[in-house]
Design a protein around this ligand. Structure first.
Ligand SMILES: *[C@@H]1O[C@H](CO)[C@@H](O)[C@H](O)[C@H]1NC(C)=O
Ligand SMILES: *[C@@H]1O[C@H](CO)[C@@H](O)[C@H](O)[C@H]1NC(C)=O
Length: 996
């Protein structure tokens, strides 16, 4: 549509210019000649000069008495009359108003002031210029009304006031101007109806009323203008149908009624009754019915724009006869049937060898893109199929259309991989592939797109790395590859494309690694979205040079460190989303000082300390800070605790359990020694006074229902189980604390490597950030946990169901051996075991941790060992994918289970956590270590097929364990055997590959 209205305007300009020149000769003839020059003319011209307010070209300097006024620049007198006949000051950069004394220049036949900056009203005194034939005020700033007195200028042939600010209606007096050949009132603010008397102007060949506020219907009297060539009414509020007599003005070759409220269908014989038609614009109305095939009889037709109506049917095949057709805009109709063969007409359009623009967008075209598009005119610059129902691949033949500048295929059902020949279209400036089903990689030939400005590939199934060659597209203003399956790191060549200014969107992919510091090259960019990937590390301080940034979205990654101070340079920021990362430290104060900031989301990080109160922080509906448990202060509506130096509760609960010789070394349960907490209570690190052994002390939260009652039995149960992969209980104690409250605690052996959760989802502390679990370590831990479950389920006196298996309940000792602990629902373990007869049928309601709870528990089902197997299955998937089951990406029905099912087996490497391969000295990961030279590359690319097979097997077990129906899940002993077998196979094949 943009293109359509643009070309309208140009045609309009060229057209008026042409007419004006054509008129010159005919207008020169008249003028009766008196004998002497007249003082009146000199005074009137000086008055005109006095009103000039700007004259940068010093045109008026010649207007002085040392020269006869007939020789003043822009003034032409009659040769013998010495009276002013022509006033021509076109394009002289003049500004000023026109004095009423212009009416004294009574010999004037032509006034040409076009293309200046004259303002004020057109004085009524022009009505005294009875000889006036030509009045051209095109492109000035005249206001007020069209002077009714013009009605006296009955010799007028040309009246052009296009591009001014005139208001009011067309005065009815003007009906006297019956000699008018040219009436151009376009682009003003005129209102009212189109007067029917214009139909009496029998010499009129150009009627321009476009871009005003005319309303009502088009008078059928206009059909009497049998010499009309230009009929230009677009951009008004005209309604009704086009009167049939208008379609009978066979002389018309420029017909534009676009952008009104017209309806009805186009006459079937329009091409026969308007045989001279070259330009036909009727877009943006409510026309219905089919596209008349007779248009093919208008053999001169060049531009056909019928976009934005309710036209039905298809593109008539015989339009192929229009060899001169340059543009065909038919977007936004109801064309096509959503069926195969809908686009067959494309093969006929191959005859339109001048075709430059073909717009079929926003219709119902179905079927495939025929390879015959290869035969379309090589002149084609603009090919637009967006928002249809087209399926299949992009035909290879598209590579023939070497002059294409725009290719729009978005919002269809296209698929397959992109043909490499696309890269041949080196003149492409805009390529829209978004919202389809394309898969495979971005061809590296995209690096040929050095003219590309807009590239949109969002919402497809593209995969693989972002090719470095995209960095060659140094004219890109807009790049959107969001919502695909891209993996690997962000190439610095691409993030550093300094031309990007509109938007860079890579969100919702599987990108890993750090944000390259070259992001600082994006000095013109206003929209940056890298959200929902797997990016990590700190935000580079170079971001501070992106001074045009208004929208910054980094949420849903694993960024860490402090929110960088350097962001305070970005004064234009309006929206910031840093949520769901691992940002830590305080909320920087400058965020409250960014005056443009309208929305801030920093929720679900690890931020602490005081929330500022000023700026955006005063507007609680526009900030989100949830999920940062160590925040305090801020405005009252946030209901955060007030900020104090110390937690008053921590020191009070002094451990009073001395009969067991427990110790003070938890420092009165100070926060420094807190190593974990949850609804069940808190776990502290301590030292046994008896032998100095380091222990974990779990202090139960007795407010929790049932905790106290089951405590003793629970202790017994825990003491009676012993297994290498279960967390060992050293002691338990029950007592009264100093304030007289019940106090109960359990003492466990201390696990120096913390929980599996900390390893899978590392936070930003020095202790954890460099830690990564290698593939074999993950496999070992998975086998350990399986052993623990097998013990609980099959080798205890009564089967024990854990009910809360999840990474934070799996502890790792100094040798990275896994120990399943009870930090989640220890009492549960006991409840399930205290009564042998009920051990597998106890109804527990919804217990466990979201994401790991088997579906049957949620539906009031029974606790069973198969419930633990479900949690184990989810755990396996999480361990090797590196995403929690409650990760943001798993929503709208896409669970971690379903996600895995969809990718197995071919795409297994797309979903595995790449960090397990980030290990320098692990020769067992890669088939050939020599090949790994490109640092930016995703480490998963070179992983050996041996590991891939292993991963597939692990995922298959994970899937089998996490089936929705308990009956379909693998029993515990089978799980143990299978997991063991996978590890054995892996280790054996490794040995085999090793040279002796
Ligand atoms: C000049 O022309 C005007 C209008 O045509 C007329 O009224 C006036 O008498 C003329 N003056 C002279 C000095 O000829
Ligand atoms: C005015 O002058 C320009 C050139 O300066 C010319 O193109 C134009 O045709 C003239 N207008 C008339 C009405 O003579």
């Amino acid at each position: 549509m943009m293109h359509s209205s643009l070309s309208h305007e140009w045609v309009l300009l060229i057209f008026f210019h042409g007419i004006l020149l054509m008129c010159m000769s005919s207008c020169l003839k008249s003028a009766t000649v008196p004998a002497i020059a007249n003082e009146t003319d000199r005074l009137a011209l000086l008055d005109f000069k006095n009103r000039i307010t700007q004259d940068p070209l010093q045109i008026m300097s010649s207007w002085n008495d040392s020269i006869h006024f007939c020789n003043w620049l822009g003034v032409t007198c009659g040769p013998s009359s010495k009276r002013v006949m022509v006033l021509n000051l076109t394009t002289k950069k003049l500004s000023g108003s026109i004095p009423p004394s212009i009416g004294n220049l009574t010999y004037l036949t032509r006034i040409d002031l076009r293309n200046n900056s004259f303002y004020g009203e057109i004085p009524q005194e022009v009505g005294r210029l009875l000889r006036l034939q030509y009045l051209n005020l095109w492109s000035n700033s005249f206001g007020g009304k069209v002077p009714a007195n013009l009605s006296y200028c009955t010799q007028l042939r040309v009246l052009a006031v296009t591009y001014n600010n005139l208001i009011g209606q067309i005065p009815n007096h003007l009906s006297t101007l019956s000699k008018l050949e040219f009436l151009g009132l376009d682009v003003n603010n005129l209102i009212g109806h189109i007067p029917a008397w214009i139909g009496n102007f029998s010499s009129l060949y150009a009627l321009g009323l476009s871009r005003n506020n005319f309303q009502g219907s088009i008078p059928s009297e206009l059909g009497r203008l049998t010499g009309l060539k230009y009929f230009q009414l677009y951009g008004n509020y005209l309604s009704g149908t086009i009167p049939p007599p208008i379609y009978n003005i066979s002389s018309i070759y420029y017909f534009s009624v676009a952008q009104n409220r017209l309806h009805g269908s186009l006459p079937p014989d329009i091409g026969l009754t308007l045989p001279n038609l070259q330009i036909f614009y009727c877009g943006l109305n409510n026309f219905t019915g089919p596209i008349p095939a007779s248009l093919s009889n208008a053999s001169q037709l060049q531009d056909l724009s019928i976009s934005g109506n309710g036209l039905i049917g298809t593109i008539p095949h015989n339009l192929a006869r229009l060899q001169g057709l340059v543009t065909l805009y038919s977007g936004g109709n109801r064309l096509g049937y959503g069926k195969d063969g809908d686009l067959n007409f494309l093969s006929f359009l191959a005859n339109c060898t001048s075709l430059k623009t073909l717009d079929l967008s926003y219709n119902y075209f179905g079927g495939v893109l025929p390879n015959s598009i290869a035969n379309l005119s090589t002149q084609l610059q603009y090919l637009y199929f967006a928002v249809n129902m087209i399926r299949g691949d992009i035909p290879i033949g598209i590579g023939n259309l070497v002059n294409l500048e725009l290719l729009g295929l978005s919002d269809n059902y296209l698929g397959g991989t992109l043909p490499d020949v696309l890269g041949k279209l080196q003149k492409l400036k805009e390529l829209y592939l978004n919202d389809n089903k394309f898969s495979g990689p971005i061809p590296s030939s995209f690096g040929n797109f050095t003219a590309m400005i807009m590239l949109s590939m969002a919402k497809n199934r593209f995969e693989g790395n972002i090719p470095l060659s995209l960095g060659n597209c140094q004219n890109l203003l807009y790049l959107n590859i969001s919502s695909n399956n891209f993996t690997g790191t962000i190439p610095k060549q691409v993030i550093g494309l300094s031309s990007l200014s509109i938007s860079l969107d890579m969100s919702h992919n599987f990108l890993i690694g750090a944000l390259p510091f070259e992001v600082g090259n994006l000095i013109h960019l206003s929209w940056l979205d890298l959200s929902n990937n797997r990016l990590s590390g700190e935000i580079p301080t170079t971001l501070e040079t992106c001074l045009s940034l208004e929208h910054l979205y980094l949420e849903g990654n694993s960024f860490q460190g402090a929110i960088p101070q350097s962001l305070k340079m970005l004064r234009g920021l309006e929206q910031i989303d840093l949520s769901q990362n691992n940002f830590s430290g305080n909320i920087p104060k400058f965020l409250g000082k960014l005056v443009s900031l309208r929305h801030l989301n920093i929720s679900y990080n690890d931020l602490e300390g005081e929330v500022p109160s000023e700026g955006i922080f005063a507007n609680t509906s526009e900030i989100s800070i949830f999920g940062n448990n160590k925040l305090c202060g801020g405005v009252q509506e946030l209901h955060l605790p007030t900020c104090t130096r110390k937690n008053p509760h921590s020191s009070k609960k002094f451990l009073a359990c001395t009969q067991n010789k427990l110790l003070k070394s938890t420092n009165g349960f100070s926060e420094n020694h807190l190593i974990g907490s949850g609804s069940f209570g808190s776990v502290y690190k301590g030292v046994l006074s008896k032998n100095g052994a380091i222990v974990a002390v779990k202090v139960l939260n007795l407010q929790q229902k049932g905790a106290s009652k089951s405590f003793i039995n629970e202790c017994n149960a825990l003491r009676s189980i012993r297994h290498r992969n279960l967390l060992k209980v050293i002691s338990a104690c029950s007592s009264i604390d100093r304030e007289g409250n019940d106090f109960k605690s359990l003492i466990f052996e201390f696990m120096c490597n913390g929980s599996l959760d900390q390893w899978l989802h590392p936070k930003n502390d020095v202790q954890h950030q460099s830690k990564r679990l290698r593939f074999i370590q993950r496999l070992n831990i998975a086998v350990d946990v399986a052993y623990a479950l097998e013990y609980l389920h099959h080798h205890c006196e009564t089967p024990i169901v854990h009910c809360d298996l999840k990474p934070s309940n799996i502890l790792l000792d100094e040798d990275m051996v896994a120990h399943v602990g009870d930090f989640g629902l220890a009492n549960f373990l006991f409840e399930a075991s205290n009564n042998p007869s009920k051990s597998q049928t106890l109804s527990i309601g919804l217990k466990g941790s979201i994401g790991y709870i088997p579906p049957e528990y949620g539906m009031g089902g029974q606790v069973s060992t198969l419930g633990d197997i479900y949690s184990y299955g989810i755990l396996l998937l999480e361990m090797f994918i590196g995403k929690r089951p409650i990760d943001e990406m798993f929503k709208d029905g896409l669970s971690i289970h379903k996600f895995t099912t969809m990718t197995l087996p071919e795409h297994v490497m797309n979903i595995v956590d790449p960090s397990m391969f980030f290990v320098e000295d692990e020769e067992d990961i890669y088939d050939d270590i020599e090949e790994i030279t490109i640092i930016e590359e995703d480490p998963r690319v070179n992983v050996s097929s041996r590991i891939k097979e292993c991963l597939i097997s692990v995922f298959q077990i994970g899937l089998s364990c996490s089936k929705a129906s308990p009956d379909e899940r693998m029993p515990t002993n089978v799980v143990v055997n299978e997991m063991n077998a996978i590890r054995d196979t892996f280790l054996k094949s490794k040995k085999k590959n090793e040279p002796e």
